[in-house]
Design a protein around this ligand. Structure first.
Ligand code: AMP
Ligand code: MG
Length: 331
């Protein structure tokens, strides 16, 4: 009898060992003003997730423009650390390549619209044109880790910081032997490998005009980042103003795009381009894609169209409840 019980216990132990996921560790947390979660499998998953979280907190302190103690706050002429210097250089490079659609110096205008304090207002055209005097990525100088701007200018890495944090998280997880992970930094998704069972991850593509998803993207080993007018906006006199500013006018982007999703290897590239292409509008965005093609994109328009570039067209499945949307493959 004793032997039977003993064998049964051994059997139970073996079964539990097999049924619990191997080396899985998951954590939800709040950082960079948003909800984040990391689920990692393989290697030292727990150590990896914990050190990635510490790294994200460190980046948050360095990169936030609203934190008076950050390296970016009120920077006119000064030496910054590696991370800040690297990300400023990256943002300036994308600003250059997107004809200023992304502009890390847009902050004075953004602040006047109240997007940094949630005290929304519509500035007068005179105020906007005066503030645009302090905007211009081409006037930022970087010499090693020393950054200098003209008086009155400010740098804001809000359009790229989460993407950079995603890249850093991926690097740290991989260094810890993680072979599979879903990193969600406030909607910025970064995928390490495929799911632990070897199949692709299934990501919902958010409906920019309502709740829920318009469809599913089935992908692995890449970053997926969306910029949309629905993320932060206010309404005044019946008009909707969103948090992404067109640096050429100083007004919130309003060109018929509801959201832009970028799929590419690097989180920072996805993050920078989702913001930039949202500013560009459909025509310029697709022209930019045709000239570069180092990423894929999903544009959702206020015309009920979903435009998907050829690299991911067969990876997207429209949800049955959104058959009103017209899906068009772009090549
Ligand atoms: P994202 O959610 O990545 O599209 O970034 C939007 C954030 O980037 C905004 O909340 C602003 O902090 C900042 N931003 C807005 N417009 C621009 C722009 N044209 N270029 C660079 N950053 C911007
Ligand atoms: Mg962005």
């Amino acid at each position: 009898m004793k032997t039977k019980i003993f064998l049964l216990i051994i059997l139970c132990l073996l079964l539990t060992a097999c049924s619990s996921a191997p080396d899985e560790y998951a954590q939800d947390f709040f950082a960079m003003d948003t909800f984040m979660s990391i689920t990692a499998y393989g290697g030292n998953a727990e150590d990896g997730v914990k050190s990635a979280m510490r790294r994200i907190s460190e980046l948050e302190l360095k990169l936030s423009v609203t934190n008076k103690n950050s390296e970016l706050y009120a920077i006119n002429r000064g030496e910054v650390g590696e991370d800040t210097a690297e990300l400023v250089k990256f943002a300036l490079d994308i600003a250059d390549r997107t004809g200023g659609a992304l502009d890390p110096t847009i902050y004075p205008v953004l602040r006047a619209w109240g997007f940094t304090t949630d005290e929304y207002r519509v500035p007068s055209p005179e105020e906007i044109s005066a503030l645009l005097e302090n905007v211009g990525h081409e006037r930022v100088k970087v010499d090693g880790n020393t950054i200098s701007t003209d008086e009155g200018m400010m740098l804001d890495l809000g359009a790229v910081a989460k993407g950079y944090a995603g890249d850093e998280t991926e690097r740290i997880l991989r260094e810890n032997g993680v072979t599979s992970a879903l990193i969600n930094l406030g909607g910025n998704i970064q995928l390490v490998g495929s799911k632990p069972d070897g199949t692709d991850w299934r990501l919902g593509v958010k409906d920019p005009a309502g709740d829920g998803n318009i469809g599913v993207l089935t992908v692995s080993d890449c970053a997926v980042v969306t910029s949309g007018s629905y993320e932060r906006y206010f309404t005044a006199d019946g008009k909707v103003y969103c948090h992404i500013i067109d640096p050429s006018s100083g007004y919130p982007a309003d060109n018929g795009l509801l959201s832009v999703t970028i799929v590419a290897d690097e989180g920072r590239l996805c993050d920078a381009l989702s913001t930039a292409l949202f500013v560009m509008g459909e025509e310029r965005a697709l022209e930019f894609w045709r000239e570069n093609k180092n990423f894929d994109v999903i544009l959702i328009t206020d015309n009920a169209e979903v435009l998907i570039t050829e690299g991911i067209a067969d990876k997207f499945q429209l949800d049955g409840s959104h058959k009103n949307l017209k899906v068009v493959t772009v090549n």
